[in-house]
Design a protein around this ligand. Structure first.
Ligand code: MHO
Length: 209
């Protein structure tokens, strides 16, 4: 039985954060949003003191929170300081998450000579970002997007869109794509399948992120 859990991380531009976690086996879906600030209902244009974050919905029978933390540490520079919009932070939703986050930070610190600036905070409210920020790399390919025939809201929670978004940023492998399409019973048009494979072969490219 799947055990759905959630993790929230800030690691700079949330377009890129989404693809780094969306490619992992056991991750069900990702979305991007804002948290950490004091003003209600932030927007991209009026972010105030909030931070761009990714919400990772995962099956904890397949991937653990500790494994997600490993991806977090290897996917950002924990000694670099950024403005609040892009700050590095782990927003914990439970006490066990906080404990694991603290342990993993301490372990990471032993490998570094400078102090880690990545913060460990309790999650307050997660505000979903505007639709045009969700699955940003997938949205760059309108033919692929329209073949999925999902509404903007469906796109937020869609496991297929989550994985395709990562492939569109050049993450993952052709083998993984083939397995995904099979397990989701999805057949893409030859044009779109060739497009996604070409993007994967090009390797990770976060563009203007
Ligand atoms: N470099 C990008 C960052 C966007 S991000 C979602 C831009 O300035 O548009 O913060």
């Amino acid at each position: 039985m799947s055990a759905k859990s959630e993790a929230i991380f800030g690691l700079q531009c949330f377009w890129g954060s989404e693809v780094k976690f969306g490619i992992l086996e056991g991750v069900i879906s990702t979305s991007v949003g804002y948290t950490g600030g004091s003003t209600p209902h932030p927007t991209y244009k009026n972010l105030s003191d909030h931070t761009e974050v990714v919400k990772v919905v995962f099956d904890s029978n397949i991937i653990t929170y500790s494994q997600l933390l490993e991806t977090l540490w290897s996917s950002h520079d924990p000694v670099a300081t950024y403005k609040t919009q892009y700050k590095s932070a782990i927003f914990c939703t439970t006490d066990p998450q906080k404990q694991l986050a603290e342990e993993s930070l301490q372990a990471k610190q032993t490998q570094l000579s400078q102090p880690i600036v990545t913060e460990i905070l309790a999650l307050n409210v997660y505000y979903l970002a505007e639709h045009y920020h969700q699955k940003y790399f997938l949205r760059k390919h309108p033919t692929l997007l329209s073949e999925l025939a999902l509404t903007d809201s469906q796109l937020v929670d869609s496991p297929v869109a989550t994985r395709l978004n990562s492939y569109c940023a050049g993450f993952g492998s052709v083998q993984q794509l083939d397995n995904d399409l099979k397990s989701h019973g999805l057949r893409l048009s030859p044009h779109n399948e060739a497009l996604v494979k070409e993007l994967i072969r090009g390797g990770p490219n976060l563009g203007e992120c």
